[in-house]
Each structure stands twice: as structure tokens, then as C-alpha cells.
Design a binder for this molecule. Structure first.
Ligand code: SF4
Length: 440
């Protein structure tokens, strides 16, 4: 097995690579030009069966005219043809001055990188379109505001061994790779993703150290694989890692955190789901941002995962000008239920360096939860959390329903603003507020 896990952003993946960018060849011999397109044959016809929405198909014909529908539906083709520089992106989008300058200034981790499929969902002209804002560099990234940090959650401090964050007693975060198929501009791990040969590295020997740690720590029962995006690993490599984890008796439960089914839905092949179902109980947290992501392709990828018996939850980051609106969030949450994904967490945006332009007030998050609760199914309401800076972990927030107390009655406000009594003669909750006038 190849030791290298992190992908070099300067190297396009080849069809024979086990992982995008993980060539068996030494770096000096790797190809630098896009690889030859796959030959259309029986396998290609199978790939063609993945749906292509009219919007994406039109985009394919216009901007990737040499790619067949089968190429388009080959996840390795998508990974290989990611748009990663000013020249590539300006061929497809009419760039604003700010976008152009921000791309030109970028160095280091969190590079520009967008799959052709995901790019097909962008508005060509409008730089303020929500999905476009989440993936196109902005000048705000270069400003550092008070309270911001490169590692606001203190993950590096809680690293038991490199690539393994052990903060909570019974569960760990296993960082598998630094590669993502697309790079989100608000990424909490922007310090470590997308930069080959940087301070953070990912390798099989590093995985082995993490596995040895887990074997020795019998209190760990739950492992979350994240990164980077674990679903950018080859089936073979992911199978190997999941199998090794499964053999550790005290680990009861595996999870994968991924955005791939949303930005590279073609990755969810029958071969992948067949492999994943060997490792149950396996759960997945998918990263959704906006209802524009709910396409036929994404419905297919989520349906395939759900059919493989994998419970799906979604994680959404609250982002200013992207999804900080009750109606947008309601459409997203309803749409997720329709594709068999349970809204799980709504995150307050972490104070990562250069994220001020994305952050809303906490009041806004509470306003959104208030606008959802009671107005839609409980299954559609995520838990709103602040991941406490400095390693405090997730702290849930809900709009406070306690009005006060009237003798032995607790007074609670419902979703319509009405106040209701609950007989609670032995309770104290609300006693410190005021003795409310009798509620109807
Ligand atoms: S997919 Fe996840 S890890 Fe990758 S850039 Fe987006 S938020 Fe960061």
C-alpha cells in the first residue's frame, strides 16, 4: 500500500491512482497534464446511468465539450478536472474584481478547488450567489479580526498522536487525509487542507500510530473519520482503514464526515456502497450548506448510501449572506428529509482566521431555530451549536422557552408566543426570573 495519503494539489490524479494525487510513481515522474479521458465501454455505459440534471448537462456541453456523459459521471474524471486556478475559473465564470484579486493573492493551504459538477451549480454572472460565495476566495480571508485563530477549536492541542484528536472521553476524531474534492472558504481546518508537504501530513505510518493509540485506549467506543474528506480515498484504502478499526473490539461505532456526496456525488458508486456496508454500524455526517445543493445527482448519492443501510445526518454551517434566513434554512431542512438525510447540527461559524465576512451573530442562529421549531416537523430541526473556542466542545443553544414560575406552575412560551402552565410543584426552574402574572 502506498504510504502517502495527502494529495498534492499540483498533481492531477490519474485513472489508475488509488487516491486522487496518490500516484505510485515518484513525484518527478507524475504527469502534469490532464490525463487521457477514459475509453467509453461497458463500464462507461454503467457510469452513464448516474443521473445528470439538465443544468449540469448544459454546463458540461458548454464548458467541457470534449467530455462525454460517461466521463462526467466518472468521479475520477471530476477529481482530475477540478478547477484550481484563475485561468480555469475565468473560463467558466465572469469574475468580480474582488474574486480576481483574492485568487491572485492566495498562497498556502485551502487553495481554490471546485469539481466541474459543483461548479455547474454556480451562477455564471452573480458573485453574490450563495454557493459561489462559499467556494470562491474573497478579500475578507486576508483580514484577521479579534478573537480569530487558525485553530480556534484547539484541535492541535488535543491531538493524542498526529492526526488523532481525543477531546471527549469516549470518542475521537481521526484525520485521514488533507485532500478535499472542493475547498470551502470557511473551513475550520483551513490550516491543514489542500497543502502538499505543509506542516500537517497524512500517511499510512501516521494512521498506524493512531490505530496503535486506539488499540491501547479501551475507553474509545466511537471514531469519526474526517480530514480533509475521507471519501476522496480509494475504495481499497478506505476499506483497509475501516477494516482495521473494526477489528478493535472496544470500538462500537464508526462515522464518516464528508462533503463528497454533495460536491462529487458521482463518487458514490455501487462498488463504494458495497464496500461500506461491510463495516456496519457505520454512520455518515454530510455537509450541506444551501438548498441549491439538492439536485437529482445528490438525491441519487444519498439514496445509494441510505440503501446501503448508512444512517445519514447533515451538518450545516450558518453563513452570512448564504443561508442566514429562515426560509432558506426551511427549504434546506425539508429538502434533506426528502432525500433521507436527518438535519443533525447547525453550527455557528467558527472564528477561523479570515472568516468575519461569513459570521453572523448568535441571535441570528436562535432566530432561525425559533422560525423552524413548531412550524415544521421535529425531524427537520437541527441542534444549533457553538463549538466553543479553545476546545470547550459543542454547546447547544435553543431559544429560551421559560417565562417564569407562578407558585407550583412553570410558565413556558410555545412557538406561537402563547404562555402555558405546566404543574411542577417540586421544581425550581424559572424561580429566579419573576413570578409571572397568571397565564392563560
Ligand atoms: S469539505 Fe470539509 S474539510 Fe474540506 S474544505 Fe470543506 S469544510 Fe473543509
Amino acid at each position: 500500500m502506498d504510504d502517502r495519503i495527502a494529495s498534492s494539489e499540483s498533481e492531477p490524479p490519474s485513472t489508475s491512482d488509488p487516491v486522487p494525487g496518490e500516484s505510485e510513481e515518484p513525484p518527478s515522474k507524475r504527469r502534469t497534464a490532464p490525463a487521457a479521458l477514459p475509453v467509453i465501454g461497458p463500464r462507461s455505459r454503467k457510469l452513464h446511468r448516474f443521473p445528470i440534471s439538465p443544468r449540469s448537462d448544459q454546463f458540461r456541453r458548454r464548458f467541457f465539450g470534449q467530455a462525454s456523459a460517461a466521463d462526467w459521471n466518472d468521479w475520477r474524471w471530476q477529481a482530475r478536472n477540478r478547477v484550481k486556478d484563475l485561468e480555469g475559473i475565468s473560463r467558466v465564470l465572469v469574475l468580480s474584481d474582488e474574486e480576481r484579486e483574492a485568487i491572485g493573492r492566495h498562497t498556502g493551504s485551502l487553495p481554490l478547488g471546485i469539481t466541474p459538477y459543483y461548479l455547474s451549480l454556480f451562477d455564471r454572472e452573480d458573485a453574490d450567489q450563495p454557493l459561489r460565495r462559499t467556494h470562491m476566495p474573497a478579500l475578507g480571508e486576508y483580514l484577521r479580526m479579534p478573537g480569530e485563530a487558525d485553530d480556534p477549536l484547539g484541535e492541535d492541542h488535543d491531538s493524542a498522536v498526529p492526526g488523532l484528536v481525543h477531546r471527549y472521553p469516549d470518542r475521537v476524531l481521526f484525520l485521514t487525509t488533507g485532500f478535499c474534492s472542493t475547498y470551502c472558504r470557511y473551513c475550520t481546518r483551513s490550516r491543514m487542507v489542500g497543502e502538499a508537504g505543509g506542516e500537517y501530513s497524512f500517511s499510512v505510518p501516521q494512521w498506524e500510530r493512531a490505530l496503535a493509540y486506539l488499540e491501547a485506549h479501551t475507553e474509545v467506543r466511537d471514531v469519526l473519520l474526517s480530514g480533509g474528506d475521507p471519501l476522496t480515498l480509494s475504495d481499497e484504502k478506505l476499506d483497509w482503514l475501516l477494516g482495521r478499526l473494526r477489528r478493535i473490539k472496544h470500538i462500537e461505532f464508526l462515522r464518516i464526515g464528508t462533503k463528497v456526496p454533495v460536491v462529487l456525488p458521482q463518487r458514490v458508486t455501487k462498488e463504494l456502497t458495497r464496500m461500506l456496508r461491510k463495516h456496519h454500524p457505520l454512520w455518515m455526517s454530510l455537509h450541506f450548506t444551501h438548498p441549491d445543493e439538492l439536485t437529482p445527482e445528490v438525491a441519487e448519492s444519498c439514496g445509494r448510501l441510505a440503501d446501503a443501510g448508512i444512517p445519514l445526518g447533515s451538518q450545516t454551517v450558518l453563513l452570512k449572506g448564504v443561508n442566514d434566513d429562515v426560509e432558506v434554512m426551511r427549504r434546506l431542512m425539508h429538502g434533506l428529509l426528502k432525500i433521507r438525510v436527518k438535519p443533525y447540527y447547525l453550527y455557528q461559524c467558527d472564528p477561523i482566521t479570515g472568516s468575519a465576512h461569513f459570521r453572523t451573530s448568535v441571535d441570528k442562529g436562535l432566530e432561525i431555530i425559533q422560525g423552524l421549531r413548531g412550524h415544521t416537523s421535529g425531524y427537520a430541526i437541527p441542534t444549533y451549536v457553538v463549538d466553543a473556542p479553545g476546545g470547550g466542545g459543542k454547546i447547544p443553544l435553543i431559544p429560551d422557552p421559560v417565562v417564569g414560575r407562578d407558585g407550583g406552575d412553570l410558565l413556558l412560551r410555545n412557538f406561537e408566543g402563547g404562555v402555558y402552565r405546566y404543574p411542577d410543584p417540586e421544581g425550581h426552574l424559572g424561580a429566579d426570573r419573576f413570578v409571572a402574572a397568571a397565564a392563560e
